[in-house]
Design a protein around this ligand. Structure first.
Ligand code: PLP
Length: 401
C-alpha cells in the first residue's frame, strides 16, 4: 500500500538539477566551484546563539509544549507589532501565534488545517503563484486539493492577482499561497495587493497563507505584510495566516525556528492539529529564537551585506538578461532564453551551480512553462566569492544569448 497522491509530485527541484548536470565536469577547480542553486544563507549566524543555546541545559531535558513558551509568543507578537506598526492589542501572543520548526513544514501542514474534504460539494482548490515555492504544490496535492496556478510573471509584476483565478476556482478555494517577497521572482506584494487578496479570501471564504520568510531581506522600504494589511482593513485577522522564520532574517536555517501568526480560530485549530503531528521546538531553541526576534542589530548587518552583493550584481549585469534588483529576498531571476541550457553551461564553463526556472513553475494554460527562460541564482555566499562567480556567469551567459 502507498499513497498514490505522491505519484503526482515531480521530483524536488534539486534532484532534477542533479539529474540535469549529471556527467557535466566543471572546468573550474573544486575551490572555485560554487552552489548558487540553493537558498541557504551562508552569512555567519549571530554570535549570540553560541551562548543562548546552551544556557538552559535543563530545557533540553523537557518535552517542548506544542504552543511554545509565553515568552517566545510575546517576543514574536512584539516584533510583529513593531515591524508592521500594528495597533496596541491587535496581536496577542497567546491567541494569535504558534512556533513552527521552520516555515516549510508549517506551510505544508497548513493544507491539512485548511483543505476540507469538499467545498460546497466540489473538490477544493488551492491557489498558488506560478512560478512558486514548490512546497505549495506538494501541500495541495497531498491533501487532496486541486492546485490552481495563477501567473506571477513579468506581465503581472511577478505577483499573482487571485481575482483572476476564475469564478469556479475561487468558489472552491480552500486556501491561497502568497509569497512576499517572492521566491524566486523577488517582487513584493503591495499593501493594496495584500488588502485586495484578504478581501477576496473573506468574500470566498478561503484562507490566505502569506509566506513572508524573506520579509527582512529587502532593498529600500521594508515590504508590507499581511498583518499590516489586516490592520489597514480594521484589525480583524480573519482568514489570514502569516508564516515567517529566522532562517533568512538571522541566517540560521539550521535552527529550524519560525512562527505562524493570524486568525485566532485557525491558530487554535492549528494548535490542536499540531499536538497530534506537528514538529515541536526545543525550549532552548525557543529561548534563542525569542532573543533573536528582539534584536535588530544583526538583521541590519545581514541586510546590508545582501545590499552590497546586489550592487555588485547590478554592476555586473546592468540591463542585460532581464536583470532587475529584486525588491526583497536574495535571488536573481535572470532571463537567459533557455534556463536548462544555461544551467548546464554555467556549471561546465564557470563552475557555478544555478537552478533552472522551469523547475520552479508549471506549464500555463497554453502549455508554456513561465520559468523556462529563467535561472534562479542565490546570492548567499560571501561578497568576494559571489562577485567573482557573477563575473564568470556573465561571460558564459553573454556567449549563450
Ligand atoms: C518561499 C519560501 N518559503 C519558505 C521557506 C522555508 O524556509 P524555512 O523552513 O527555513 O523557514 C523557504 C526556504 O527556502 C522559501 O524559499
Amino acid at each position: 500500500m502507498h499513497n498514490t497522491r505522491l505519484d503526482a509530485l515531480t521530483e524536488y527541484p534539486f534532484q532534477r538539477l542533479a539529474t540535469l548536470i549529471q556527467g557535466v565536469t566543471p572546468k573550474a577547480a573544486p575551490a572555485d566551484q560554487i552552489a548558487m542553486s540553493i537558498g541557504e544563507p551562508q552569512h555567519r549566524p549571530p554570535e549570540l546563539i553560541r551562548e543562548l543555546l546552551v544556557r538552559d541545559i535543563d530545557g533540553w531535558g523537557k518535552y517542548p509544549p506544542t504552543p511554545g513558551t509565553p515568552d517566545f509568543r510575546r517576543a514574536v507578537a512584539d516584533w510583529a507589532a513593531r515591524r508592521y506598526r500594528l495597533p496596541a492589542g491587535m496581536i496577542d501572543g497567546d491567541a494569535n501565534i504558534l512556533p513552527v520548526a521552520g516555515s516549510r513544514e508549517a506551510l505544508f501542514m497548513a493544507a491539512q488545517l485548511c483543505v476540507p474534504p469538499d467545498k460546497r460539494g466540489k473538490r477544493p482548490t488551492v491557489l498558488m503563484p506560478n512560478p512558486f515555492y514548490q512546497v505549495y504544490f506538494g501541500a495541495a496535492v497531498m491533501h487532496g486539493a486541486e492546485p490552481v496556478f495563477v501567473p506571477a510573471t513579468a506581465a503581472t509584476g511577478f505577483q499573482p492577482d487571485y481575482a483572476l483565478a476564475g469564478g469556479d476556482n475561487l468558489a472552491r478555494a480552500a486556501m491561497a499561497y502568497l509569497c512576499t517577497p517572492a521566491n524566486p521572482q523577488g517582487k513584493v506584494a503591495t499593501l493594496k495587493r495584500l488588502t485586495d487578496t484578504i478581501r477576496l479570501a473573506r468574500e470566498h471564504d478561503f484562507v490566505l497563507i502569506s509566506d513572508e520568510c524573506y520579509s527582512e531581506i529587502y532593498d529600500g522600504a521594508a515590504p508590507a505584510g499581511a498583518l499590516e494589511a489586516c490592520a489597514a482593513l480594521g484589525g480583524d485577522l480573519g482568514n489570514v495566516l502569516v508564516f515567517n522564520s529566522l532562517s533568512k532574517r538571522s541566517s540560521v536555517p539550521g535552527l529550524r525556528s519560525g512562527f505562524v501568526a493570524g486568525d485566532a480560530k485557525l491558530i487554535a485549530r492549528f494548535n490542536k492539529l499540531r499536538a497530534h503531528g506537528g514538529a515541536v521546538q526545543p525550549v532552548p531553541v525557543l529561548e534563542t529564537a525569542a532573543a533573536l526576534w528582539r534584536d535588530e542589530t544583526h538583521v541590519e548587518a545581514n541586510r546590508a551585506l545582501y545590499r552590497l552583493k546586489f550592487a555588485d550584481a547590478a554592476a555586473t549585469f546592468g540591463n542585460s538578461h532581464g536583470y532587475y534588483t529584486p525588491d526583497g529576498g536574495f535571488f536573481l531571476w535572470l532571463d537567459v532564453g533557455d534556463g536548462e541550457r544555461a544551467t548546464r553551461a554555467l556549471w561546465a564553463e564557470a563552475g557555478v551551480k544555478v537552478l533552472p526556472g522551469a523547475y520552479l513553475a508549471r506549464p500555463d494554460a497554453t502549455g508554456a512553462n513561465p520559468g523556462a527562460r529563467y535561472i534562479r541564482v542565490a546570492l548567499v555566499h560571501d561578497r568576494d566569492r559571489t562577485k567573482s562567480a557573477l563575473l564568470r556567469m556573465k561571460r558564459v551567459i553573454d556567449d549563450l544569448t
